[in-house]
Design a protein around this ligand. Structure first.
Ligand code: AHN
Ligand code: ZN
Length: 328
């Protein structure tokens, strides 16, 4: 009887011990799981198939060279998609003069999410494509497809618009598709002949007294094995934004794509934004040390088509921008 009692008592002690230790373990397990869940739920997964589809859709209209049918149709397509994803859209139209005197019909397209929010991020890309293949050896006078040069940045931003429609970030987002970025004088150093749409917007934004905490411009973000260095004007005007993005990129596993090297400044839409409306804005743009232009080897050639668009590169840039937006 004594022996049975001892066994009984020790069983009770073991049981109590197990009960508490198991309970404790379960509790910490639960919090760990829910922490992970919170992180995963807060940051959506960029879909590079979807982004690629948006790039292809633009290219299929034909070259979005100003005054063309393809340009007009593609503009309407971009407006309808921004509306479908719940943005409030603003259209800016004007007739601008190209460096050689030709008149160009300009159309800037802006889509705003959560317009009641004061804290905002500006995301932008140019949607026009170049009227000449001036870096090619054949058909130089024909406009280019601009799959990378133009359509890639817009495609990534359309996919981000779709993600915003599924889950609203804490911060307000404005997506600007600028026109007439790529109609500049390739033979001279005339910086003002480029970026006509963003110059117009920076002087006359879509909303009176518009401001954003910072801006991110995407240009040529679809090249296979692209490397994005820290572009000079971005570092000069918006170093903190560069660091925030590059750190997110590395954290997300994209160190093959994002390099910490600082490279010379490029005239692009972020320059008027930084200089005129003074929103600190960076340019995520491919840097290729092996070409004379330091742009992608298909830059301003007929090689800039869908066959030189990489889903992996679109994903590296798109997921990085998503991480930045949803961490605010
Ligand atoms: C200059 O060549 C001075 N800027 C080129 C910016 C650009 C053209 N981005 C895309 N196409
Ligand atoms: Zn270009």
């Amino acid at each position: 009887m004594v022996q049975v009692g001892v066994i009984k008592n020790s069983l009770i002690i073991i049981f109590i011990f197990c009960f508490f230790s198991c309970k404790k373990e379960k509790k910490s397990e639960k919090t760990q799981v829910s922490n992970e869940e919170v992180i995963k739920i807060n940051v959506p997964n960029f879909n590079s198939d979807s982004a690629y589809f948006f790039v292809e859709k633009q290219v299929l209209f034909g070259s979005r060279s100003p005054n063309s049918d393809a340009h007009r149709k593609c503009g309407n397509y971009l407006i309808s998609l921004l509306e479908r994803y719940g943005a409030e859209t603003y259209i800016q139209e004007s007739v601008e003069t190209r460096y050689d005197g030709k008149k160009l019909m300009m159309k800037n397209i802006i889509g705003s999410f959560s317009t009641e929010k004061k804290e905002r991020i500006l995301l932008c890309a140019h949607w026009d494509s170049r009227f000449t293949a001036d870096h090619d050896t054949v058909r130089v006078k024909e406009p280019i497809s601009g799959a990378n040069d133009g359509a890639s940045g817009v495609g990534v931003l359309l996919e981000i618009a779709r993600q915003i429609s599924l889950k609203e970030p804490n911060i307000g987002i404005d997506i600007a598709f600028f026109d007439l970025e790529d109609q500049g004088d390739g033979g001279s150093g005339n910086a003002l002949s480029w970026c006509l749409g963003s110059q117009f917007w920076s002087k006359t934004p879509h909303k009176k007294d518009y401001y954003a905490n910072y801006g991110i411009l995407l240009d040529m973000v679809g090249g296979p094995n692209a490397v994005f260095t820290k572009e000079g004007y971005s570092v000069e005007y918006a170093k903190e934004v560069v660091d925030k993005c590059w750190n997110k990129a590395i954290e997300s596993g994209f160190s093959d794509y994002f390099s910490f090297e600082v490279t010379p400044g490029i005239i692009d839409d972020h320059v008027p934004i930084n200089e005129i409306i003074k929103i600190p804005t960076i340019d995520i743009i491919e840097y290729d040390p092996s070409t004379k232009s330091n742009f992608n080897k298909f830059w301003h050639t007929h090689g800039d088509g869908m066959n030189n668009i990489s889903k992996e590169t679109l994903n590296a840039v798109g997921q990085t921008v998503i991480e930045v937006i949803y961490s605010e």
